[in-house]
Design a protein around this ligand. Structure first.
Ligand SMILES: [Zn+2]
Ligand SMILES: [Zn+2]
Length: 182
């Protein structure tokens, strides 16, 4: 049996043991709250979700949803521009220095497509497994961070780093930053 198969089995066992909830924003009175609206229909593993009520007069609730639905709908997306030019910053425009870590592991702007696919794949897997950390919640939405592991291209072994995502309705997460730190 190959490793990929075993990983897939392990993952599905882990996922089937979880309960998922979706955030439900209740429109009551004249209270319109951006954070609560941004969370509406966002899906989380039970036990790793924002806790309702978020504030005074918040009528939001969380409702259980079938894990099978989460498994079939969960999707992680990222814009290509987050890698090329943003991450590798070939014109030294953003000056964030995030390219330095990847370059020291042997990666270059040529690897942008591979990285995009890999980060989306691992992002989805980790989200499905509940391996994410809740970050800042505001009018734009709920941020989560996910650890991604890739092989060193210029040596042996692996390196890992934090990626930053925004939770979107209906089981989607969208990449904010491909490198949010070690
Ligand atoms: Zn609110
Ligand atoms: Zn609310």
């Amino acid at each position: 049996m190959n490793k990929e198969f075993l990983d897939a089995v392990k993952e599905s066992v882990q996922i089937s043991q979880q309960t998922w909830v979706k955030w439900q924003h209740e429109m009551m009175g004249i209270i319109h709250c951006g954070s609560c609206l941004a969370l509406h229909d966002c899906w989380f593993v039970f036990g790793n979700e924002p806790i309702a009520p978020l504030h005074e007069k918040c009528h939001c609730t969380t409702v259980a949803i079938p894990t099978s639905q989460v498994k079939s709908r969960a999707k992680a997306t990222s814009d290509y521009s987050k890698y090329d030019p943003y991450l590798f910053d070939p014109k030294n425009f953003y000056k964030h220095g995030k390219n330095k870590a990847f370059e020291s592991w042997g990666y270059s702007i040529e690897d942008s497509q591979w990285l995009q696919k890999e980060i989306e794949k691992q992002g989805r897997q980790q989200y499905l497994s509940g391996n994410y950390e809740l970050g800042v919640l505001n009018l734009q939405g709920q941020r989560i961070s996910i650890r991604v592991t890739i092989p060193r291209k210029n040596g042996t072994g692996e390196v890992s780093f934090i990626t930053g995502w925004m939770v979107k309705p209906g089981g989607k997460i969208k990449l904010n930053t491909p490198y949010g730190g070690k």
